[in-house]
Ligand binder design. Structure first.
Ligand SMILES: Cc1cc2nc3c(=O)[nH]c(=O)nc-3n(C[C@H](O)[C@H](O)[C@H](O)COP(=O)(O)O)c2cc1C
Ligand code: SF4
Length: 489
């Protein structure tokens, strides 16, 4: 057998096997187990990515409902460049638990949604297994928060437990499309008016693959997914990069108004990863020109996750959340609309501090995707796109998916949510504030490579309410504002 294998290796396409027949296989075996070896034996508490062991352990401890305290002191490099922190007050406060929620819905919304400050970010049935979707939805029901469906439509697993749903509509209009892929308003209306659907989110882009349509490998497109999305079985499922229904900022707002009308006046907003700043300002100008405004804007950081994306899109495109938020916030303040539009942040939100930071930098609340994946059992093996997820979270293989026990994981989802929001309120109180709404960029310190830490208020321009209407545009924004147009992206 060895001789046959050696002879086979000599004709292999792999240089290593041709030079080192038989022995060369050792290299490929080690390569195969490298991620596990790294994770289990060599990774430090704070070096792993996207989420390090410290974060994963804390999420798991909170999901288990156990103690989330740590002994002996911090392991973080507090003197290192990029370290962010807050300063406490000598007069800490107890923050009332009603501040764990807020109301989403501007003047054009007829059915505002009383939302938790932390919801489950968009993840489709297809990217996630049915059991993972069901566990998250049941967790959302137990904890009175919401699950975003992701672009893959509302599946039976979203409906089974009755947890609140934010229905995401992306460029392929899954769940509300004609066969040619165009938007079907009747189908949309039928589903969007369901009591369980609380808000509608138009997806323009996501941080892990901005400017690229959704991608679900054909190996994952089984009958159930095909039925949910209204697409053929077994074929790669690609969404177009842009929406067929609009191609200008005004078009986006008109589509939004149409959806709001069709769904009976529920909050409608859009999700984007910030790209060209002038384009976002074009949407701001369109708001002023048309009088149509979103009820919320979800800002996703370039560091966001995905089920599958081209590596270059994940690694090099889009704006990091901590840079995007101050810009989006300032633009909305500048046009005088910030009070009426809720800003939702996503991008590696896993801890109470992450929530406090995002809210201070310009958000009102947060979404989290991967931290909720950890709470249903993900171990960061990063094989989500292969249909071989070892924990049943992102696979459509029924044998693997059934290892995920819906009832057990639902409790973990609820526990993680509750403990994280509690941690946010604790931090806010420690700062001497009585509500997360009081957080601002002046509360978050950032340590640069050289010199003392500065607050984000010192780093980003300050904009007063209505400044853009008075042509008082900060120098840093002026060129983009002049380029921005409501008529084109
Ligand atoms: C498995 C998976 C599937 C996702 N699917 C979608 C999707 O359908 N639509 C979307 O807008 N974002 C999708 N995202 C992005 C998340 O909603 C979120 O914006 C991003 O991961 C940042 O949050 P996180 O850092 O907490 O994971 C997905 C992310 C993951 C990990
Ligand atoms: S365990 Fe691995 S493959 Fe499964 S969801 Fe987590 S990262 Fe993806």
């Amino acid at each position: 057998m060895l001789a046959a294998m050696g002879a086979w290796d000599l004709r292999s396409n792999h240089n290593v096997l041709r030079n080192y027949p038989i022995l060369g296989h050792l290299r490929y075996m080690l390569e195969f187990v490298r991620p596990e070896l790294r994770q289990y034996f060599f990774e430090s508490e704070t070096s792993g990515r996207p989420f390090n062991r410290e974060q994963r352990d804390l999420i798991n401890a909170r999901a288990d409902g156990g103690s989330d305290t740590s002994p002996f002191g911090t392991r973080r490099d507090m003197e290192g460049a990029g370290f962010d922190f807050v300063q406490h007050s000598m007069a800490p406060k107890d923050v009332d638990s009603r501040h764990a929620r807020l109301v989403i819905g501007g003047p054009q919304c007829r059915v505002p949604y009383n939302s938790s400050r932390l919801n489950i970010s968009a993840m489709s049935f297809g990217a996630l297994s049915g059991n993972a979707v069901a566990a998250m939805n049941k967790g959302a029901k137990l904890g009175n928060f919401a699950q975003d469906t992701g672009e893959g439509a509302i599946s039976p697993y979203h409906r089974e437990h009755g947890g609140d749903i934010i229905w995401e509509i992306a460029s392929a209009y899954f769940g509300c499309r004609y066969q040619d892929g165009s938007f079907d308003p009747d189908e949309f209306k039928k589903k969007a008016c369901a009591e369980q659907v609380k808000m509608i989110e138009i997806k323009i882009s996501q941080g892990a693959k901005p400017g690229h349509g959704g991608l679900l490998p054909g190996s994952k497109v089984n009958q159930e997914i095909a039925d949910t999305r209204e697409i053929p079985v077994g074929e790669d499922c690609l969404s177009p990069a842009s929406h067929p229904e609009f191609d200008t900022p005004i078009g986006l707002l008109q589509f939004m108004a149409r959806l709001r009308e069709l769904c009976g006046g529920k909050p409608v907003g859009f999700k984007l990863c910030l790209g060209h700043r002038a384009e976002f300002m074009g949407v701001c100008k369109a708001i002023l020109e048309t009088g149509i405004q979103p009820d919320f804007i979800t800002v996703d950081g370039a560091e966001g996750g995905t089920g599958a994306a081209p590596a270059e899109f994940s690694d090099f495109i889009g704006t990091y959340i901590n840079e995007a938020l101050p810009f989006v916030h300032n633009c909305l303040v500048g046009i005088g609309k910030r009070e009426e539009i809720v800003v939702i942040a996503s991008g590696k939100v896993a801890l109470g501090f992450d929530m406090a930071e995002k809210i201070a930098l310009g958000a009102d609340m947060c979404n989290s995707a991967r931290a909720f994946m950890f709470s249903v059992g993900c171990i960061q093996a990063q094989r989500c796109h292969t249909n071989t997820c070892p924990t049943g979270v992102t696979t459509q293989d029924p044998a693997r998916a059934k290892s995920l026990e819906v009832n057990v994981k639902a409790v973990r989802v609820r526990n993680f949510h509750d403990a994280t929001v509690k941690s946010l309120l604790d931090i806010v109180g420690t700062l001497g504030l009585d509500s997360p709404d009081r957080l601002g960029p002046e509360h978050i310190f950032h340590r640069p490579e050289h010199g003392p830490a500065r607050t984000y208020a010192d780093i980003h321009p300050k904009v007063e309410v209505g400044d853009f209407l008075r042509d008082a545009i900060p120098e840093d924004y002026l060129q983009d504002w002049q380029q921005a147009s409501a008529q084109y992206f």
